[in-house]
Structure formats: structure tokens, C-alpha cells
Design a protein around this ligand. Structure first.
Ligand code: GDP
Length: 281
């Protein structure tokens, strides 16, 4: 895996998020339910500076339901507030708003004691690229007011969007840099689409995915690719799938680049069914 971030860019993006966080009462952190650990960045904890936060596990429709429940339990055991969301079918939005209000309560009471009445709760969304920030903003705001495709360094308006009478949302989501010293984390983020890089070796990524699926979801693999048995070696399995899907080069050898694309597309478009790529320890 050859993905690298430039430390200067990372530091700048982190500073930007840190500045935005100072303007809000509650932070909503999004993590991908399929990879709840890999899609979080611990830097957030450092820059929250005692601000309350809620962890929204999004894309639950794409993840393994029982594994998602186990993650929810795991994070709650650690004292975190967790909401399960499926933005595609608009599930969890009401619960998220409710939790933001609950977490903002002490701050709002303190403001009232100082004589500041009727100040709206201010919240913001943060998360790694492609986790679903714009989608969740759109869900919270109702109408398609949120801009999509925000990138670090792009000039942003920083306006407030109205969620309700009592709650405003920063129009700019905070982009957290993915963090992966561990190559497995890099693979998981590449598979789920949080990192895109032309230099990525997709064959490596897909080989990792195949091995994971072989271990946890063998029946789904057999069904999708019409295989009665799964070869124990990852490369052989990769080849068998490529052959079944007709990904061949002249001479009849398997075209691994094409096969990688097919498998990745199948996973991302849920042709293999809802799946999780990591479980709580
Ligand atoms: P951002 O880069 O964090 O703002 O991510 P986007 O909001 O642009 O979402 C990235 C992709 O994930 C889009 O194709 C969304 O349609 C998709 N997406 C977001 N939330 C969900 C969800 O809960 N379920 C599913 N299936 N797809 C989602």
C-alpha cells in the first residue's frame, strides 16, 4: 500500500476542523458502520476540548446488523453516545437530533442562567471523506440546502443551516483525515471508499477483501460467484472469481485488474449483501 498523506495538509485540515469546533455546542462524529474503528480518527478526541460529541454509525443498511449492534454496545460501554443511522432510508435522524439536544442541555442551561434566552443549539458534522457527511446534513436540514463535495482548503461559507427552531447546523462538515499506520486500516478505508488514490494497488486491496469475506461470509461468496467450494488460498479464490465472471485476457488467463474492479463494485453496491469488515475485540 503506497498511500501517503502530506503532514502539512493533515495539520492544516485538522486546524480547520479545530477552529470550526470552537463555534459549536455539540459535535456529531460520523463513522462507517462497516468499519467503525477504521473510519474514526483519534485526533478528534484531542480537538474536541471537552465538547460533548455523539457518534453516529452511518450506512447501517450496508453493514452486518448483529456486528453493528455489537459495536454499539462496545462504544456505549466506553461511555460514548451512539446513534445508528441509515441516511438512505432516513432512519435515525430523529434520534440524532434528540441526543444532540440532550448533550447540549447543560450548556443551554448555563447560557440561560447568564440571561441568554432562546439561543439555538449549534452543532456540526465531522467525519472522514465519503462517510456520508453531506447526506446526513441533507437529512437533518430537510431540503437540499447542504453543499456536497466539500474538500479541505476549498473556501466555504460557514453559514448556519436550520434543523429546527432550537437547532442550527454548520453548513460545512469537518473533514477528518483518515489515519492508518496499520495497513489493514488502509485496506478497509480503500474498500469502503474513504480513500481514493490512483496509486492504490487495487489487487492488494481486493485480495484483502476476498480473504475477509472468505473468513466471515463464505456462503455469500459462493452464492454470488456460483462456486461450490472456495479455494483456501486467497489468490486462487481471486482467480476463480475472475474466471467465473469472465475477466480474461488473451490466452485465457485471468485479468486481475478487471476482476478486482468487479469484486470491489459488487461489495460497494451490496451485491454481496450487508457486510461488516471488522468486529469489536
Ligand atoms: P461525504 O463525503 O462524507 O459528504 O459523503 P456523502 O454524503 O457524499 O456520501 C457518500 C456516499 O455514501 C454517497 O454515495 C451517499 O449516497 C452514500 N451514503 C451516505 N449515507 C448512506 C447510508 O446511510 N446508506 C447508504 N447505503 N449509502 C449512504
Amino acid at each position: 500500500m503506497t498511500i501517503q498523506w502530506f503532514p502539512g495538509h493533515m495539520a492544516k485540515a485538522t486546524r480547520e476542523v479545530q477552529e470550526l469546533i470552537k463555534r459549536v455546542d455539540v459535535v456529531v462524529e460520523l463513522a462507517d458502520a462497516r468499519v467503525p474503528q477504521a473510519s474514526r480518527n483519534p485526533v478528534l478526541n484531542e480537538i474536541l476540548a471537552d465538547r460533548p460529541s455523539v457518534l453516529a454509525l452511518v450506512k447501517t443498511d450496508m453493514a452486518d446488523e448483529s456486528v453493528t449492534k455489537a459495536w454499539q454496545h462496545h462504544f456505549e460501554q466506553n461511555g460514548e453516545t451512539v446513534v445508528l443511522m441509515n441516511a438512505k432510508h432516513n432512519q435515525g435522524t430523529g434520534k440524532l437530533v434528540q441526543e444532540v439536544k440532550r448533550l447540549a442541555q447543560p450548556k443551554m442551561e448555563a447560557l440561560q442562567k447568564k440571561g441568554i434566552q432562546n439561543r439555538s443549539i449549534r452543532a456540526m458534522i465531522v467525519g472522514v471523506p465519503n462517510v456520508g457527511k453531506s447526506t446526513v446534513i441533507n437529512r437533518l436540514v430537510g431540503k437540499n440546502q447542504a453543499k456536497t463535495g466539500n474538500k479541505p482548503g476549498v473556501t466555504q461559507g460557514n453559514h448556519w443551516l436550520k434543523v429546527s427552531k432550537q437547532m442550527d447546523l454548520l453548513d460545512t462538515p469537518g473533514i477528518l483525515w483518515p489515519k492508518f499506520e496499520d495497513p489493514e486500516v488502509g485496506y478497509k478505508l480503500a474498500i469502503t471508499g474513504a480513500i481514493k488514490d490512483e496509486r492504490l494497488v487495487y489487487q492488494d486491496v481486493v485480495l484483502y477483501l476476498i480473504q475477509k469475506l472468505r473468513e466471515h461470509y463464505p456462503d455469500a461468496l459462493k452464492a454470488r460467484y456460483n462456486l461450490s467450494e472456495l479455494p483456501s488460498e486467497g489468490v486462487e479464490l481471486f482467480e476463480a472469481i475472475g474466471r467465473k465472471r469472465g475477466c480474461l485476457i488473451a490466452g485465457g488467463d485471468v485479468d486481475f485488474d478487471q476482476a478486482a474492479e468487479v469484486i470491489l463494485r459488487d461489495f460497494r453496491s451490496q451485491k454481496l449483501g450487508p457486510m461488516s469488515l471488522e468486529e469489536p475485540k
